[in-house]
Design a protein around this ligand. Structure first.
Ligand code: AMP
Ligand code: GLY
Length: 448
């Protein structure tokens, strides 16, 4: 099979790495790619994955390329091309593509749509209201005593969610989003949710329109700094599995969420084929869904795919064809930990072009994989080219061992102003001593 993978982040490097292990794959392209993806080889014939400089949102360019190369399957990583309708476009031209169509992508592209769907189909979520009128939104915030979360309806680069602890903050949040339009048209409507307390975990399920197969649990670390301080980021590190949900609780959560979800999709005429990634708060009243994403998480993918034993090409084919009920997802019992190394200053302003050293030494470590995100080739070097630069991932018999292995690999890698959290997976270890690594202070991270 000839595969085209769309995207250029750590998630896409993990997808490419895992897909390249399939004996079904004879040729692979990635658009627009990164320096790490460019170094991957196919297990089948040792050929390199080829980088193509077409942007992930250049739908006509990607379509023309897939047609010219006669790609057998296109795999979409990021949310934007899905929300723009890349799946519908490819299907209209008779091309096979994996990912959700535009209607299904609304679960991520519209928080109002998701909230109303969850309420209609009895999916456990926060008490909430949806509003297109600022005054009504503020009255609802007041009914929650001002402890609430105000969310812009549309895609806002992960920034359109404002956590408020009193009515003054809530009114300011509503004004910022709906009146000041801080996130543009995404703020024409808002969802206001009650402020939930608890432990947040990530779930993933692979869906084929009728069947949803749940993955093991994972947990992201969204804040920039250790101890969950600093600004929200795209994700600074993950581990899988988490101890916060037992297998029995995971199965029960899947029953409470996935069954009504798939039933609701069928009732609404939504053909959901792709990944469903619910963000879940484990509250004292049980799990509550905070949001739905309609694609693989980043960096959740890095820990999931280092634990997946099944052939990913076969699974994605089954998701496209509607035959997932016949497939088994096999997971390694090992634990996996991914530590994101970011550019100093991320998620605020940061410099690019810093030379990265030590990648070869890290590559020699067993059960370790350094996934690239914001990297680019420069002469004989690889340099930083984005906020999140690397996802240093290691797997081992248990979480402490995987954590120690991931940080041992981080120790080998250097670039100026590298910023990373030293406490990835620490929450899960509860009392178990964590090896303290690198004595240098963290890079100049965001102040808040
Ligand atoms: P979202 O994009 O909706 O997942 O929100 C981004 C982040 O805001 C989540 O990862 C949570 O940490 C936090 N958050 C969202 N909704 C709530 C809520 N209802 N209560 C508490 N925290 C929330
Ligand atoms: N891990 C956060 C995200 O992918 O949205």
């Amino acid at each position: 099979m000839k595969l085209l993978v769309i995207g250029s982040g750590g998630r896409e490097h993990a997808l490419v790495w895992k897909l390249a292990q399939s004996p079904h794959v004879t040729q692979m392209w990635c658009a627009p790619c990164n320096a790490g993806i460019a170094g991957e080889r196919l297990v089948k014939n040792s050929s390199l994955v080829e980088c193509v400089s077409i942007g992930a949102e250049d739908l006509p360019g990607l379509l023309a390329f897939a047609q010219e190369k006669k790609a057998d399957l296109t795999v979409v990583g990021p949310d934007n091309p899905l929300a723009l309708g890349i799946v519908d476009l490819f299907q209209k031209h008779g091309l096979r593509i994996w990912g959700v169509n535009q209607k299904a992508a609304q679960f991520e592209s519209s928080k109002v749509f998701s909230q109303q769907f969850m309420e209609k189909y009895g999916i456990p979520t926060a008490a909430a209201g949806t509003f297109d009128d600022a005054a009504a939104a503020k009255r609802f915030c007041a009914s929650l005593g001002g402890r609430c979360v105000v969310k812009a309806d549309g895609l806002a680069l992960g920034k359109g969610v404002l956590l408020c602890t009193n009515q003054a903050e809530a009114e300011q949040a509503v004004d910022e989003i709906m009146v000041g339009r801080a996130f543009g048209a995404a703020g024409a409507r808002v969802v206001v949710q009650e402020f939930l307390e608890g432990v947040e975990v990530s779930l993933h399920a692979l869906c084929d329109g009728r069947t949803a197969k749940i993955f093991p649990t994972s947990q992201d670390h969204k804040r920039a700094l250790a101890g969950d301080l600093g600004l929200n980021t795209g994700g600074m590190g993950t581990y899988s599995p988490t101890p916060f949900l037992t297998d029995a609780q995971l199965a029960e959560t899947a029953r409470q969420v996935l069954e009504p979800f798939m039933r609701g999709c069928v009732a609404e005429g939504i053909d959901y084929r792709g990944i469903l990634y619910p963000g879940v708060m484990l509250t004292k009243n049980g799990p509550k869904i905070l949001e739905f994403n309609a694609r693989f998480g980043d960096p959740e993918t890095q820990v999931y795919l280092t634990r997946l034993e099944s052939d990913l090409v076969e699974l994605l084919n089954a998701s496209v064809e509607g035959t997932l009920d016949k497939m088994e997802l096999k997971w390694s019992p090992l634990a996996s930990v991914c530590v994101v190394m970011a550019s100093g200053g991320y998620p605020g302003n940061y410099a690019k072009g810093k030379v990265i050293s030590g990648l070869d030494a890290a590559a020699r470590l067993a059960n370790t994989k350094v996934f690239h995100a914001g990297t680019a080739p420069h002469g004989n070097h690889i340099v930083t080219n984005g906020g999140r630069v690397l996802g240093v991932t290691a797997w081992a018999k248990d979480l402490p061992a995987a954590q120690a292995a991931a940080y041992a690999a981080v120790e080998k890698i250097h670039f100026d102003d590298a910023q990373f959290r030293r406490d990835i997976a620490a929450k899960a270890l509860n009392g178990i001593r964590i090896t303290v690594i690198k004595s240098a202070p963290p890079g100049p991270g965001p102040a808040r």
